[in-house]
Write a protein that binds this ligand. Structure first.
Ligand SMILES: N#[N+]C[C@@H]1[C@@H](O)[C@H](O)[C@@H](O)[C@@H]2O[C@H]12
Length: 450
């Protein structure tokens, strides 16, 4: 056996999001979010699950920081709930909301764990949705106002800020397919939402710079590696379109100040109808300190002239392994993505802000949770990350998704991504899975045994 040693100051962390773990959905002055409304709408979430209680992190955050300390995390990435801070999305500030996050951050700092805050991880205040939400360009100023409150309140204790988590999913799942909150099914609206999210990001970064804070700011994108099923021209074009649809639509504006031509043509009139103003692309391209990457799997595609989706048909190789989300396990896709980002978009520091897998974890008779499949998944992806670093990619940290099993959006509690098991049947009891102990060893040694 040998060990792969990561760079001396490499950051090992884990990630969560407010709506997925906090619960206390109506407590201490918190306003309603679009996910409160969506999950309470019959038929939207598996088994009628909601985030009303979730993992009860709101009341158990001290216990959860103790778990992070036991695992030995260098850093913890979490999101702040906008409606906990501004119950109506704007106007009056809810001091009890600020107090909760102050308490959490204080516990993290006492434990020597760096706090990394995601400003927006999908739980928009419902009151703003009623004014059009992300489809209404007015939202941009409300997001910047919310961000400025947090910069001023926590700018001296937060290590890094992430403006948005996966704007692709907010736009296209929330406003295109409608399988996420607010459940709108309109591609034209989805495109405008994507633009307004990017614009809100750029203006929040601009505000951050004006405040002259000495921490860092970036954005987190869900990115894939896209491959053609054959080397014929049409399949290759289909793979590029898929990559532009998911990756390029956000990477090109952020780093090149433009939307990807190949997809602009595809969207045609829908793109021409967008409300994009003269200075927008320059504002979106406001320089960031790092890029966050959420990587889970690849896309393998073939051209299909009859396909309603970009002329693309997805392919699932029979000889691959799949997670409980039915996502192909493809660690090489992480390596290929990191190399491509470095070569085609940015040499800025990169962080894997999410990578992990759902498996059907069970409590064993001995009381432990033996998730070797998750250990195997993470080990293979850590190896890909290591290879990319060796080849010059400025990868500075890795956050495993997720610290604990949690509310998996439209799947409810049916999918378990955590390295900590949550026993929903037994008062949300926490049980560190084998993967948590395995991860602890990686962190202590800053190296991977292969
Ligand atoms: N699905 N899935 C797991 C995980 C989800 O739980 C996160 O909230 C998202 O940021 C991203 O989609 C990834």
């Amino acid at each position: 056996m040998s060990r792969l040693y990561f760079p001396k100051d490499f950051i090992w962390g884990s990630a969560t999001a407010a709506y997925q773990i906090e619960g206390a959905y109506q407590e201490d002055g918190k306003g309603e979010s679009i996910w409160d409304r969506f999950s309470h709408t019959p038929g939207k979430v598996a088994n009628g699950d909601t985030g009303d209680v979730a993992c009860d992190h709101y009341h158990r955050y001290k216990e959860d920081v103790e778990l992070m300390k036991e695992i030995g995390l260098d850093s913890y990435r979490f999101s702040i709930s906008w409606p906990r801070i501004l119950p109506k999305g704007k106007g009056e500030i809810n001091q009890q909301g600020l107090d909760f996050y102050r308490g959490l951050i204080n516990e993290l700092l006492k434990a020597g764990i760096k706090p990394v805050v995601t400003l927006y991880h999908w739980d928009l205040p419902q009151a703003l949705q009623e004014e059009g939400g992300w489809a209404n360009r007015e939202i941009v100023k409300h997001f910047v106002n919310y961000a400025e409150i947090l910069f001023n309140e926590f700018g001296d204790v937060v290590s890094q800020w992430i403006t948005h988590n996966e704007p692709f999913v907010v736009a296209f799942n929330g406003h295109g397919s409608g399988d996420h909150a607010p459940g709108i099914k309109d591609q034209q609206v989805a495109l405008q939402v994507a633009h307004n999210l990017l614009l809100s990001h750029g203006l929040a970064v601009k505000k951050f710079r004006e405040l002259k804070l000495d921490n860092e700011i970036g954005i987190t994108l869900n990115l894939i590696s896209s491959y053609p099923i054959s080397d014929n021209v049409e399949d290759n074009k289909a793979a590029k379109r898929m990559e532009d649809y998911i990756n390029g639509w956000f990477l090109e504006p952020l780093f090149k100040g433009r939307y990807p031509e190949r997809i602009v043509e595809f969207y045609g009139e829908k793109f021409n109808n967008l409300d994009i103003r003269e200075d927008d692309m320059g504002l979106i391209k406001e320089e960031i300190d790092f890029l966050g990457i959420n990587y889970y799997s690849r896309s393998l595609v073939r051209y299909n002239k009859d396909s309603k989706f970009l002329g693309i048909e997805g392919v699932k190789p029979q000889d691959s392994q799949y997670t409980a989300m039915d996502w192909e396990i493809y660690p090489k896709g992480l390596y290929d993505l990191l190399i491509k980002l470095n070569q085609e978009y940015t040499q800025k520091p990169l962080y894997i802000t999410e990578n992990g897998a759902a498996f059907d974890d069970k409590i064993s008779e001995g009381g432990g949770v033996h998730d070797q499949d998750r250990i195997d998944y993470l080990k293979a992806h850590f190896q890909s990350a290591y290879k990319a670093i060796q080849e010059g990619v400025a990868l500075k940290g890795y956050y495993v998704w997720s610290l604990m099993d949690n509310f998996e959006w439209a799947y409810g509690y049916s999918k378990r991504f955590g390295i900590t098991y949550i026993d929903y049947e037994n008062n949300q009891r926490r049980i560190l899975k084998d993967s948590a102990y395995w991860y602890k060893n990686i962190i202590v040694n800053n190296s991977l045994e292969v």
